[in-house]
Design a protein around this ligand. Structure first.
Ligand code: BV8
Ligand code: ZN
Length: 261
């Protein structure tokens, strides 16, 4: 009688336990349980605002006030957000050597605050603001604080109107160093753990193919289907904040209180 195949969580734990150069690739879903809404799907940011008008470089240059108006409540959630068990589990897997790095599309800085060390931020980090006219930089919090009286915020040095957060907008190139580091990691990892991304934004969404085409095991963590599910060795359907701690416990061989998915 053939043994029943391992449930996906046990399968994923087996794959991760054997990995020595595992790579996590994350998107907005990994921060959903920290209270930061995702971009797409139910209640996503883009269901309320037009992404091109709000977060494209062309739209920003035309009228920076649109971005800054939209950013006000999103900034409040960013400021209050704390790393959730998903971020902490990924940091734990790096500490035990199962992951070598996290490549993230997120700009909330929560992987770093959770203790991950080797992080590649493909779309920048939202904690600072740079003036596109003179290059002056300021902490984001100080710029957000003056929006009630200054919209769009003006540069303290040159009075310019184009103060832009240090994140990548649509139509803007990704930081070259981050992109090449991410390509190198995706081309050399021995396992790819994809967490909380709809895989719709390029060039980030093209990175998993660098692992898939080498036959590297892929573990997908997402409550919704994604375009890469059929390439995954294990699809863990559910919230990362529950799944990743359960996965970590299995990998570390500690107890088996995790839900069998
Ligand atoms: C570029 C910054 C070229 C802000 C972001 C026309 C003109 C120009 C470019 C293009 C164009 N048409 C297409 C493009 C390319 C464009 C693109 O890909 N567009 C898409 C929409 C078709 N890309 C670009 O413009 C990129 N630049 O191409 O430049 C160039 C090159 C050289 C020189 C000049 C120009 C720039 C892309 C980056 C845009 N910036 N954000 C900010 O983040 O603060 S995009 C935004 O999308 C975020 O960064 C986000 O991380 C990213 C990807 O989305 P996801 O992370 O996947 O989030 P999403 O909401 O989609 O999905 C969440 C998932 O989580 C879901 O699957 C959900 O089921 C799951 N989930 C929910 N809850 C949970 C969960 N999972 C686990 N646990 C849970 N609890
Ligand atoms: Zn300036």
């Amino acid at each position: 009688m053939r043994a029943a195949p391992d449930p996906p969580l046990a399968q994923a734990a087996g794959l991760l336990a054997r990995s020595r150069r595992g790579l996590a690739f994350t998107g907005a879903g990994v921060s959903a349980e920290s209270g930061i809404s995702t971009f797409r799907g139910e209640g996503g940011l883009w269901s309320k605002y037009d992404p091109v008008q709000t977060a494209s470089l062309a739209g920003f240059l035309a009228d920076p006030a649109v971005y800054w108006r939209v950013s006000q409540d999103r900034w409040q959630t960013y400021r209050r957000a704390e790393p959730n068990p998903a971020h902490l589990a990924l940091a734990g897997l790096e500490a035990t050597g199962h992951l070598t790095a996290v490549v993230t599309q997120n700009t909330d800085g929560l992987h770093r605050r959770a203790g991950s060390r080797h992080i590649v931020e493909l779309h920048g980090e939202g904690g600072r603001v740079r003036c596109l006219d003179c290059g002056a930089e300021e902490p984001r919090a100080e710029v957000q604080a003056r929006l009630s009286t200054e919209l769009p915020p003006l540069c303290r040095r040159c009075d310019g109107r184009h103060l832009k957060p240090t994140v990548v907008f649509f139509g803007e190139g990704l930081p070259a160093a981050a992109l090449s580091a991410a390509i190198e990691l995706a081309s050399s990892c021995d396992l790819l753990l994809i967490v909380g991304t709809s895989l719709t934004v390029s060039p980030a969404a093209t990175l998993p193919a660098l692992a898939v085409r080498r036959g590297v095991p892929v573990v997908m963590v997402n409550p919704e289907p994604t375009p890469l599910d059929s390439w995954a060795d294990a699809v863990l359907r559910g919230p990362a904040g529950t799944i990743l701690p359960a996965l970590t416990r299995l990998v570390r061989g500690r107890g088996d209180s995790s839900p069998v998915l």
